[in-house]
Ligand binder design. Structure first.
Ligand code: SF4
Length: 755
């Protein structure tokens, strides 16, 4: 029996009726995304249509998933909500805190020792509140969710931006901050602006070196890192049906890179096969019984432009493998143009490291396709020129791949198998490099390639591609290699070519595992003690943020005017800081240290207006806080893109920043700011960004009449005595304004649970 089968049956029992009611109120055929959204309204059966891209809607997700880095803060918040157990099935996955250095076993042992306090905390909180706990080594959240919890037609939120991975099994799965997870676990509705819809029609069929990864690399090139903002990307067409469920998951996973709310495929045979292969035949049978509701209505497929806000068509038969990067995942290069781009841009041609696996690309199919390339290196007497690592997504996949000889094939060409964890994907990589300042190239089958993300080195040029392309490049040791056209010289001095990769969708002998790494929670957790040491530097119980003082904000200082890209990695860096994810005061020492100061083009160097001296951003902000002075952070377009981590919102809130004023926000970060009681504002006129000066004294007016759709006013008092005044927009609805007034959404939850 699969996890939560009763819950899934309940979802399916009411599904058809809700979909039909939605069809009536919307007054037209429905897309799959709309069906699932309308079937998950907190209010139950739909009685009104919601305008896409405009209306905020309350949803009731079926489950919550949390990874260890974000779960700490989510659960510290949940503990304050006063409940005995979580309101919906929830899980914690220990994957982000394991550093890759030597290899799986040793790295895992080191991580268990180093993070014992955090793992013990997460394990005991999970045990107490009815949460499933996946131990370190069990795997990466999205792979484990796909193998165990994702189901067609379901709705899930997860405290990680790649939660949409579950769209590969036809689920609406959305990355959120820990505060949202806390809401849903506390039984409160989860609010989301009704997303717009982008349709991607896939015709033809992949062949040769082209893989599902190349679909999303191409889509990222078309839509860019902002193109999916506020949208669900729905894939359909004969090409969609020809891909495996895990290939679909790869595409949905990387929808995060275009800023999409989530991505999804309709239920089909590939999903049924995957459910059966992963011991969930009961779910496949139940899904088959309602399969007409788990796809868009026929009219959507025949007259697609009518039903989507934007429509893209990709012919898979013509799709080339892609390599995206460096520094941004939307810089898309078809393989045939890539070598030229490398030379023209002066990127290091020598490839230092190829890394495959991660939550994005470690399915059995991915590993077999890559292993078919690795095996050729051995057969054809080729020596692998680059370092090569393999990160299995879960213990289920790892155990099965080892049983079937795949890992041995990788090790045979010098590959190092890392722990079933995030490792190099999130900067948890003790990289062995001769000179950290040497410009160098790496290529991964991961999803993200922002500067410094993988190894913390500004000198690293990171590219993303399919695992089979990464494997071929690692063998060649060069970024200018094209396995479709180029020969390699083997150890005998002979010219050889690599044949096209061959993959197997599901293991012929089935999946197998000895210990998947799951810990079920106590039936009655009321006696379970959760311990947090007051002297810990890793964990800190939270204090409530203060409520709004009831007046306009005056006398604020400019903390930093950030120039250009400012992702959540710039705002709250990962890597070595991950260990403080459960300690708000300590992790606040990384606040905005990666953001570039507009006035001196430097990172982590801003003017302290109290002294006139330049100092580190957190230190300057602590000085303002100590003096009882609030501050403002100014930013550019798509501020806060990247991850869902609410630390990027909590840190400025904790240190006394009062408002973030930018040209535009990434969705999750904007919501996170609102949850923490922060003002998230955008310039009505983007050119007003230029009016902000380094020594400004700032006022934010209109808060006593703060209302949905009503702009606020910003007044800049410049040091030369001149003044600039302009309107600023916000997207707060009435409920969110109440969060601001209460000091945070959590403050409101507490009031309601205790009422
Ligand atoms: Fe982990 Fe990387 Fe996947 Fe995030 S994207 S869950 S860091 S493997």
């Amino acid at each position: 029996m699969a996890f939560d089968f009763d819950m899934i049956q309940r979802v399916y029992a009411g599904f058809g009726e809700r979909v039909e009611a939605a069809r009536q109120v919307v007054g037209r055929p429905l897309t799959l995304s709309e069906k699932i959204l309308y079937a998950h309204l907190t209010a139950g059966t739909p009685t009104q249509a919601f305008e896409r891209g405009k209306t905020y809607v309350d949803f009731a997700p079926d489950r919550v998933a949390m990874q260890d880095a974000t779960a700490q803060m989510a659960l510290l918040q949940f503990m304050q909500a006063g409940r005995a157990t979580v309101a919906v099935p929830s899980t914690v996955h220990c994957d982000h805190l394991i550093q890759a250095e030597v290899g799986a076993d040793q790295d895992l042992d080191v991580a268990k020792n180093k993070n014992r306090e955090v793992y013990d905390f997460l394990s005991s909180v999970s045990n107490k509140y009815g949460i499933g706990f996946w131990k370190p080594g069990a795997g990466i959240i999205h792979q484990v969710v796909l193998e165990n919890y994702a189901f067609p037609g379901g709705m899930m939120i997860g405290t990680d931006s790649h939660t949409p991975n579950a769209g590969g099994l036809g689920m609406i799965a959305i990355g959120v901050g820990g505060a949202d997870a806390c809401d849903v676990m506390a039984g409160l509705p989860w609010e989301l602006k009704m997303p717009k819809l982008i349709g991607v029609k896939l015709t033809g069929k992949l062949s040769g070196w082209a893989a599902p990864k190349d679909v999303i690399l191409r889509v990222a090139g078309i839509l860019t890192v902002k193109g999916g903002t506020g949208c669900i990307v729905e894939y359909f067409g004969e090409g969609a049906e020809s891909m495996s469920a895990t290939g679909k998951a790869t595409i949905c996973n990387m929808g995060a890179e275009i800023g999409a709310t989530t991505s999804i495929f309709a239920y089909d045979e590939s999903m049924a096969n995957y459910l059966r292969a992963t011991n969930r035949a009961d779910i496949a049978d139940a899904a088959n019984a309602v399969r007409q509701h788990l796809r868009s209505d026929d009219e959507v497929y025949t007259d697609s432009a009518q039903y989507f806000d934007q429509l893209i068509e990709i012919n898979l038969s013509e799709l080339e493998p892609h390599i995206n990067g460096p520094y941004t995942p939307d810089l898309a290069w078809p393989l045939s143009n890539f070598a030229k781009a490398v030379k023209e841009n002066g990127w290091p041609e020598k490839l230092d490291v190829g890394l495959i696996g991660s939550c994005t690309n470690s399915s059995y199919e991915d590993l077999t396709r890559s292993a078919s390339i690795a095996a050729q290196a051995t057969e054809k007497n080729l020596k692998t020129k680059s370092e090569f690592t393999v990160t299995p997504g879960s213990e289920l996949v790892r155990f099965t791949a080892e049983r079937d000889g795949l890992l041995q094939t990788f090790e045979g060409i010098g590959g190092v198998v890392l722990a079933n964890a995030c490792g190099p994907c999130i900067g948890q990589w003790a990289r062995h490099i001769d000179d950290p300042n040497r410009k160098n190239s790496i290529i991964t089958s991961f999803n993200r390639n922002f500067a410094k993300r993988n190894d913390g080195l500004a000198s690293t040029h990171a590219f993303v591609a399919s695992p089979e392309i990464v494997t071929a490049f690692a063998i060649a040791g060069s970024l200018t290699f094209n396995p479709m056209t180029d020969k390699l010289v083997n150890e005998n001095g002979e010219e050889v070519m690599l044949d096209e990769p061959q993959g197997i969708e599901q293991p012929p002998r089935g999946y197998d595992v000895e210990d998947a790494g799951y810990q079920a929670p106590a039936e009655d957790g009321s006696q379970v003690q959760v311990k947090v040491s007051p002297t810990s530097d890793r964990l800190q119980l939270l204090d409530a943020f203060p409520a709004w003082e009831g007046t306009d904000l005056k006398g604020l200082k400019l903390l930093i005017k950030a120039k250009g890209k400012c992702t959540t990695d710039h705002i709250s860096m990962a890597g070595p800081w991950l260990k403080y994810r459960g300690h708000l005061d300590n992790i606040s020492n990384n606040m905005l240290i990666g953001a570039v100061n507009y006035y001196n083009d430097k990172t982590n160097t801003v003017k302290n207006q109290l002294t006139g001296e330049y100092g580190e951003v957190p230190a300057v902000q602590r000085a303002y806080k100590a003096a009882g002075i609030g501050s403002v952070v100014v930013g550019d377009e798509n501020y806060g893109e990247g991850s869902s981590r609410e630390h990027a919102a909590m840190e400025p809130r904790h240190l006394g920043v009062r408002a973030i004023l930018v040209r535009s926000f990434a969705r999750i970060h904007e919501t996170n700011l609102k949850k923490q009681g922060m003002l998230a504002l955008t310039f009505v006129n983007p050119a007003d960004y230029d009016k902000v000066q380094e020594d400004d004294n700032i006022e934010i007016l209109g808060l006593t009449e703060f209302a949905p759709g009503k702009p606020l006013t910003v007044v800049l008092h410049h040091v030369d005595g001149t003044v600039d005044e302009f309107p600023v927009n916000h997207t707060y609805n009435q409920g969110q304004i109440e969060w601001f007034k209460a000091g945070s959404a959590l403050n409101l939850i507490k009031m309601r649970v205790n009422a």
